[in-house]
Design a protein around this ligand. Sequence first.
Ligand code: CS2
Length: 479
Amino acid sequence: MEAGLPDRLYRNPSSAPAGIVHLGLGAFFRAHGAVYIAEAMAKSGGDWGIVGVSLQSPGTRDRLRPQGWAYTALELAPDGEKPQVMTVLRDVLVAPEDPQAVLDAMAAPLVRIVSLTVTEKGYCHEPSTGRLNRAHPDIRHDLENPLPKSAPGFLVRALALRRAAGLRPFTVMCCDNLPENGRVLRGVVLELAGLIAPDLAEWISAEGAFPSTMVDRIVPATTPADLDRLEAIAGWRDEAPVMHEPFRQWVIEDDFVDAARPDLTAVGAQLVADVTPFEHMKLRMLNGTHSSLAYLGYLAGHETISDTVADPAFSDFLRGLWRDEIIPALTPPPGVDLAAYADALHDRYANPAIRHRTWQIAMDGSQKLPQRILGTILENRAAGRAVPGLTLAVAAWMRYASGRDEKGQPIEVRDPLADRLAALWHDDPARTVDGFLALAEVFPPALRDDPGFARDLTAALRGLIENGAQASLKGASDA
Ligand code: CS2
């Protein structure tokens, strides 16, 4: 492995066997959960090596294999970079190639935790209600076939194998940006298990554990240029590094089967009784503004989040969103000052070393908006408070989903509902809004039935079409 990761940095650092299977081996988990887990083992020991599973494509496995599953996590601070070689992966499996191997790994007696970062759409649930989408093609497949395709399918079939073998269930630890993510995943798994075998559902319900977690670290997709950048900084070539900001946070509900887990508190994770206030804070203050900046910033011609907030009009708009719309509808977690949290977020977004593309964050809006933005809009409206900025953000999503930018150029819209969304676009903004508000899987009933919201959204969309995103910001911050 000439010029690759130097052997001395990763060869056989620990022989700890795998105690964790992780579904969805994307950049986020490799730069967040995997780092915490590796550090926890280095500090306190334990058999917590990780078997990673890619649910879709072999790319990550193929790049990691020649490196012995090692990779570099490169921390990017405004004033410098810090590479860390990660050696916590024991194996990487590709589910579509060999689903049985994935089930066998999950059913191994030493495995105590299955964690997941499969993105919002990977749970095959309905975003507005949190319930299993039984019409989802992968769920329909998994109901009929013992070798699954979906993440819930793998969980259910692997738990069935463990039960049949007389083993304890694994803890299912959801690490995606969903509110009450453990509870939602538990509901989806129990519903699917109930359709396959009701007594299995009872066993999972009685014996299983689905802690909710709040995860946070900004990890943009790795680009080819990043490989050269890392090589210049670290002196070695890595085909699968991950780039991340210095900040990290992990708040986890302390609910594990047989209390079996790595010593995560030793490395800064918070184990708490109730994650909900942390999840709401993070999803609404970080992800809610991320999505708002993504749609409006993209339409205004900004490529990254740091470029967007370097524009003073956007920076003011962002601060207004926190101050006037998001914070008033939040209950702070114990001991947290939300205004200070907002200031820290602004600094994180402004980090010029992190090139987080607005296009990347704009992906999958139909799956993200409910928990990031619509809940805040709903609660403010119910309390009689105006929400011009977030309403503009929803209008910007609609404009973005039309597939044409402000110059008439095509946008590559990635969203499971992309075709349906594009077809809703109409010359008359009021008709476009009516079409979008009819999407029951996205908009909660109280917003769909609120004529005032439809009016405000139509006005915001009309303004966007007539004046563009940049000029619309001011009106929304002043309202
Ligand atoms: C982002 C998140 O891509 C997105 O939708 O909002 O990935 C965000 O960077 C992380 O949740 C930060 O913790």
